[in-house]
Structure formats: C-alpha cells, structure tokens
Design a protein around this ligand. Structure first.
Ligand SMILES: NC(=O)c1ccc[n+]([C@@H]2O[C@H](COP(=O)([O-])OP(=O)(O)OC[C@H]3O[C@@H](n4cnc5c(N)ncnc54)[C@H](O)[C@@H]3O)[C@@H](O)[C@H]2O)c1
Length: 355
C-alpha cells in the first residue's frame, strides 16, 4: 500500500466537471467525509445533455453543503478553454489538489462534433497543466478513460499495455492527456495521476449512456438497440466505487525524486478503475429491466423481449472492456465491489423519484 502523503483536511480543492455525473458525486463525498475542506467546483454546464440534470446535481450539492458549515463550497461557471479565467482561479485560490473531470465525454458524439473534444479535452487540459505549472499543487488527478485501449486484444486491459491505436477522437484526446501530463510531470515536477474509468453508471448519471437511454426508451415503449448483436461485454462500474477510488488516489501523490542526471523522475502514475468483472450487455439489460419493474418505472407485465433489437457494432465502439486493477488494489487496498443488481437498483429507484 502507498502511504498517504496528501492531507485533504482544511485544504483547497478544485474539482472541474463538478456539475457532471462523477464530479458532483465526488464533491458530495468530500463534503461528507473531509473536515474543513474548501471545494471550488468548476463547470461550463454545457448542453451536451439535459442541463436540468446538471442544475439538479448542483442543487443537491448546495443542500448538502449546508449540513457541513465547517466546510466551504463555491461554484464557478466557466469554460476550461478560457485560459485567463483558469489562471485567475489558480492565483486566487492557490489549490492544494486539482481533480480534472471536466471533458467532452462520449465516443459516438466525437464522430460528428470533433471541435468540442479539442476545445475541452486538449486546450482545456493544457490550461490546467499550465496553471499547475505556475501555481504548484500537491497533486493533479485527472480522468482518462478505458477507451484508450481501443480494440486491445489482450484482456484484462493493463496500464502496461501499449495503447497507441485509439479508434475514436475521444480516446485519442484521453491518451493525449496522459502524454501531456507525463511531459509536465517530468519538466515541472507536477505530481499527477491519471485514472482510466470503465463505464461508470448510477443515479443521476449521464443520459447519453446506454443504461440511461435504454431506460428512457423502455419507458416510452420504444425498442432499444443492442449493439454487436448483444455480444458486448462491459466492465460496468458503480459511481460510488469510482468516487471512493478517486478519493483514495487524491491522498497519495507520486513522490518527487531526482534521477542520476539531477533532473526530476516524473512523479506520474496511471491506474485503471473498473469493476474487474465484465458483464454481458444482454444480462445487463435484463437486470436493468427487472429493476425498473421492481421500482415501478415499468409495469410488471412489461414484455422486454418485444422491445429489444439486436443490431451490428457501431463505429468507435469496442466489443469488450475489462480492467486489470491489480495496481489499484496493491497501492490503495481497494477494489470496486458494488454488484450490478445493487447499482442498477439504486439507479432505477432514483429514476422513479426524479421523473
Ligand atoms: N462516465 C463514464 O463512464 C466515464 C468513463 C470514462 C471516462 N470518463 C471521464 O470522466 C470524466 C467525468 O465524466 P462524467 O461521466 O461525469 O461526464 P459528464 O459529462 O457528466 O461531466 C463532465 C462535465 O464537464 C463539463 N465540461 C465539459 N467541457 C467543459 C469545459 N470546456 N469547461 C468546463 N466544463 C466542461 C460538462 O458540462 C459536464 O458537466 C470525463 O473526463 C469523462 O471523459 C467517464
């Protein structure tokens, strides 16, 4: 296990993408569990998907923050690509830890909207790195993605695997983030950790993701398309497990050391965070439909078989994702543990309440 070398108590933390799915859950967890934390949330609240969901998540954070008056929560609306704004925030707040989750997500959208990926994921991330260079932080943690593995044949996917063959622009930007971070860690001794998340799901999740859009369609009585004729496997990871992983990682920054040449050995690491247990898409959808019936989102005589359509693979998609998380377990004594049944139950119950 790595020792904790970053204390979060009474520290000032920047969480970008704070109105997003993972970011909002991280902010809530930090407010609940870390005394005297000062969190600055940053997000453009763009309309890639329903903005009211982002407003809802921010309201939930506001509500929760009132229960923890010893901590501080500030929200700043803005674009990562706005260098002046990012620089001014770093100068004003002197962040101790930065967690960069803001990004243009989604593999399919990158086919028709490449500009959004260059703006948020390349320019935006560069601005974060530059700001960390000029305003030293104890740890920069940032989101990468399992999509960097492309059509990797070897499973489970290991961070030791060569990932030079992205099959979407989204994946290429995420791999670029890791490369940029490596260069900045080496040149400016910035402790950085990249996290390759594997298909994250849960309450108030992203409506562009399959489980959410399937639910919307099933509710409307529409057919759902199951790609690769159902022969897809995904390492579905429940959001609370991801948040727990991020929180642990934040507290152990790679150590700064110099090599024999007197220059920094890059304080740089990358981990997978996934469930380490790929599930067949058809089983996933079956459990989802059962949980939607249980939560009374669908009627109990719902004919699921009549609402599914098996179709070929889509460009940019991969047939399987499967995380090797041995490094995560070794260094943080942690592995995701929420079962699909429990996770989808929480999603279905939230969906009933929200809609
Ligand atoms: N959810 C997953 O399954 C998954 C899997 C792999 C990687 N990731 C990565 O994890 C991170 C968080 O993902 P999420 O699922 O919470 O996505 P999300 O879309 O819900 O959250 C991202 C947030 O970033 C904001 N944002 C986008 N561009 C911005 C910009 N230029 N300036 C400021 N804010 C901006 C969006 O408004 C959004 O609220 C992303 O980097 C994503 O690529 C997610």
């Amino acid at each position: 296990m790595l020792s904790k070398n970053v204390e979060l108590k009474n520290k000032t933390i920047l969480v970008t993408g704070a109105a997003g799915f993972i970011g909002s859950n991280l902010v809530k967890e930090l407010l609940r569990t870390v005394d005297g934390i000062n969190i600055v949330g940053f997000d453009s609240c763009n309309d890639y998907y329903d903005v009211s969901l982002k407003d809802y998540r921010l309201k939930e954070i506001d509500k929760l923050s009132k229960e923890f008056p010893g901590s501080k929560w500030t929200f700043v609306k803005g674009n990562l690509a706005d260098k002046e704004l990012i620089d001014s925030l770093f100068e004003k707040y002197r962040f101790d830890v930065v967690v960069n989750l803001a990004a243009q997500a989604g593999v399919r959208y990158s086919i028709d909207h490449p500009d959004a990926y260059i703006e948020s994921n390349i320019l935006g991330f560069y601005n974060i790195l530059e700001a960390c260079r000029h305003n030293p932080v104890e740890h920069l943690v940032y989101a990468s993605s399992s999509s960097v593995y492309g059509t990797n044949k070897k499973i489970p996917y290991s961070t030791e695997d060569k990932v030079d063959n992205p099959i979407s622009l989204y994946a290429a930007t995420k791999k670029s983030n890791e490369l940029f971070a490596h260069a900045y860690s080496k040149l400016y001794n910035i402790p950085s950790t990249g996290l390759r998340f594997f298909t994250v799901y849960g309450p108030a999740g992203r409506p562009d993701m399959a489980y959410f859009s399937f639910t919307n369609k099933l509710v409307k009585g529409e057919k759902i398309k199951i790609f690769n004729f159902g022969n897809c496997k995904r390492d579905f990871t429940y959001v609370d497990d991801i948040v727990e992983g991020v929180k642990r990682v934040m507290q152990s920054a790679p150590e700064k050391k110099n090599g024999e040449d007197g220059l920094p050995i890059p304080p740089y690491r990358v981990y997978n965070i996934g469930n380490n247990n790929p599930e067949n898409l058809l089983d996933f959808v079956r459990i989802l439909s059962e949980e939607l019936v249980r939560a009374e989102v669908l009627n109990d005589d719902y004919d699921f078989e009549a609402h599914k359509e098996l179709v070929p693979m889509q460009p940019g998609d991969v047939p399987i994702t499967f995380a090797d998380i041995s490094d995560l377990e070794r260094d943080f004594g942690f592995k995701p543990s929420t079962s699909l049944r429990d996770g989808l139950r929480k999603f279905a119950e939230w969906y009933r309440e929200y809609y």
